[in-house]
Every structure is written in C-alpha cells, then in structure tokens.
Design a protein around this ligand. Structure first.
Ligand code: F2R
Ligand code: MG
Ligand code: MG
Length: 349
C-alpha cells in the first residue's frame, strides 16, 4: 500500500499481536534452534480446523488499552490510559506481566491517587523501570499522531505511566519513531531509515535526565544511539550469526537490550537469508528470526512485527498465522479506526 495506507495500519497492529502470540512459545529460552521455530510456524499452516489458539500476553493486553484510550478520548489522556492499564491487569493478571510493573498497576487502581505518574516514579528505589514494557505497547501512538513531535511526546508520556527511567521511556520513543518512519515508507532505503533514527535519538538522549540515568547505570552516553550505531555496523556485514546479534545488541527484558534488536531484525530480514525458507516473505522472515534469538522473544517479535507490518502491510501476513492468534481480528478493526483518525489530522509540517 501507499504511505500511511490502511494496509500498513492493519499490518502494524496485526504484526504486533502476531509477534507477541507466536513469540510467547519461546520467551525466556536461552537457545532456540531455527528448526524448532520453523516447526512451530509450520504447525500454524497445518492447522486447517483453526483450533490452535495462541494467547496474547501483557504486550498485547497493554497495547489494546492504548488503542482503546486513544480512540475513545481522541487524544492522549493520561488518567484514562492509566485507568485502563490498571483495570486490564485487575481483570486478567495472568498475562505474564513484569514482576516490577505489577506494583505500579496495583497502585494505579487506587481511587485516591491524584498523580498517575507517581507510582512509576517510585519503582526500583526511585530510579524507575528500564524494562521494555513502555516500548512493547507504543505502536498505536505512531498511528494516532501524525506529527513527529507529537509521536515523540506522547510515546514518552504513555511509557512514563509505568516506566520513569529514561532508558525505559526513551526505548518507547525509539520504537514509536521506527513505526512512524516505516509507515511513511522509509524502509525502502534502509540506510536513510537507520540514520534518521540515530539523528532523532541524538536529540532525545541529549536531555540531562537521559545523561544522568546512563551514568548511574554505567552505560555509555547516548546509549540508544550507541546501539543503533552497532545496528548499522551489523547491517554492513555480509554474514552475522545469532550469537553475534545477541552479544552486540542483546535479547533481554531491558528496553536497551531489545528495542535496537527488534529494529535490527526488521532490517536484516528485508533480504532473503540463509537458514530461512525461500518461500517466506519479509514479515515471516522477521518473525522467525526474532524467535530464533531466544530471550524476550514475545516482546522483540511484537516490536519487530509492528515495524515490519507497517512496512509490508497486512497482506504480507499469512492468514493461517492470523487465525491462530488471539486478538488479531480485533487489531485489524482497530487499525481501521485509527487510520480514519490519522487522516483527519492536519498533515505533518
Ligand atoms: N515478564 C515477562 N516475562 C517473564 C515472566 C513471564 C511470566 N512470569 C509468565 O511466564 O507468565 N514478560 C513481560 O515483561 C516485559 C516487560 O516488562 P516491564 O513492563 O518493563 O516490567 P518491569 O517490571 O517494569 O521491568 C521488567 C524487569 O526489568 C528489571 N528492571 C527494570 N528496571 C529496573 C531497575 N531500575 N533496576 C533493576 N532491575 C530493573 C526487573 O527485573 C523487572 O522486573 C516483557 O518482556 C513482557 O513480555
Ligand atoms: Mg509478554
Ligand atoms: Mg516479553
């Protein structure tokens, strides 16, 4: 589809749900041979009766809250979004939430709470969470806001409801930027895409808070930019092993160890790759590759699925995969509504 087409919107949300549902099988696994991944994915094609339903986890549960809040309020409403996160957790606490964030979600349920950002600020002795929970649910912000400054501003605020460490919320900003640029067709020129991400993140990470947090966590200055430079280096190589990707970029639960990884997976899988079936299109390659990394597979595949889905559009996603994933159908319907909202907004300028 064309730039910001309905197919790209559907691809974004369906790709995210799929990554979460398909990646759940391997979350936390240390080594995942590609054979096992392909067996898992081939099983979906063979499920003609449609009785294999893979449930979504916290990644999708929270993304759904973001979508519903943005659609219902027509803008970013922090009280409403926080309330939806808390209610969703109360109703379905078993979706595999991070062990820290559940304290925030419990506090957000309190009717006496006046500042909805306060519980997140109290996390980890006041340092805040650097987990990837803000990034895993951020894609709808790139679909609801058209202007780049708005995408950055609201992605950050939406993440800060649970993640007050800059390494948490800046991971969400980076993921939102990746979806935003992908929606605009920027992945047609991968070098331009990665360079734009780096130059945007240079501004984002120049803030005092980001510099202080990086120092406190013994990370280099501009930690996301540093990882994006590693992505660039890996892109220039002819062959890269899974082990090298994990050691250079990470596959863990921290936003710093997973958002640049998800971006690399999308870029790497733009081309056919050895070890991946020839008949696979780019989105299928991306999901399979994310799963083979092991570690935080549901979240890395969810984030990469959103970026890849925004690039390839929904028609690139096998129907047999969609049928097996809880929430995929609804994601498509919500993407249509976000698409209408997006095109009512003034164009980027
Ligand atoms: N939690 C998981 N998966 C493992 C458990 C699965 C579950 N038990 C099951 O099998 O059902 N997955 C989900 O969590 C990730 C997103 O986490 P989020 O929302 O960022 O949570 P949290 O708790 O804020 O952070 C995650 C962990 O990171 C460490 N951490 C974060 N900030 C820290 C800090 N400042 N200092 C020290 N440690 C920090 C903690 O270990 C947190 O618990 C996604 O993968 C999602 O799929
Ligand atoms: Mg999860
Ligand atoms: Mg996860």
């Amino acid at each position: 589809g064309g730039i910001a087409s309905v197919s790209r919107f559907r691809g974004t949300l369906v790709g995210a749900v799929l990554g979460d549902c398909l990646g759940g099988e391997f979350e936390g696994a240390e080594e995942v041979p590609m054979d096992r991944v392909l067996q898992h994915l081939t099983g979906l094609d063979q499920d003609s009766r449609g009785d294999c339903i893979l449930q979504y986890s916290d990644d999708t549960a929270m993304t759904r809250c973001v979508v519903q809040s943005l659609l219902t309020r027509g803008e970013f409403d922090q009280q409403d979004m926080a309330h939806r996160f808390a209610e969703e957790y109360r109703q379905a606490p078993g979706r595999g939430y991070g062990s820290g964030v559940i304290q925030v979600l419990r506090k957000l349920l309190s009717p006496r709470l006046s500042d909805v950002f306060q519980p997140a600020r109290a996390q980890f002795g006041g340092r805040g969470s650097f987990g990837n929970g803000g990034a895993m649910r951020v894609a709808p912000f790139a679909l609801a806001f058209r202007n780049l400054p708005d995408v950055k501003r609201y992605a950050r605020l939406g993440a800060m409801l649970t993640h007050s460490c800059s390494l948490g919320y800046n991971g969400a900003v980076l993921q939102a930027l990746a979806v935003h640029f992908s929606l605009q067709g920027a992945l047609a020129t991968p070098q331009v895409f990665i360079n734009r991400l780096i130059s945007e993140m240079e501004v984002v990470e120049s803030e005092d808070r980001a510099r202080n947090d990086a120092r406190a966590l013994s990370e280099p200055e501009f930690p996301f930019c540093a990882r994006l430079h590693r992505v660039k280096d890996l892109m220039e190589r002819n062959t890269v092993s899974i082990e090298e990707v994990i050691s250079e970029l990470g596959n863990g639960i921290a936003a710093l160890h997973s958002v640049p990884t998800a971006i690399f997976c999308v870029l790497h899988c733009l081309e056919p790759r050895a070890g991946l079936p020839e008949q696979y299109g780019g989105l299928e390659r991306t999901v399979a590759y994310c799963l083979a990394l092991g570690g935080d597979t549901d979240t890395i595949a969810c984030m990469a699925g959103a970026i890849a889905g925004a690039h390839y559009g929904v028609d690139a996603i096998p129907r047999s995969w969609q049928r097996c994933c809880e929430g995929a159908e609804e994601a498509e319907a919500w993407a249509d509504r976000l698409h209408m909202l997006y095109h009512q907004l003034p164009p980027e300028g």
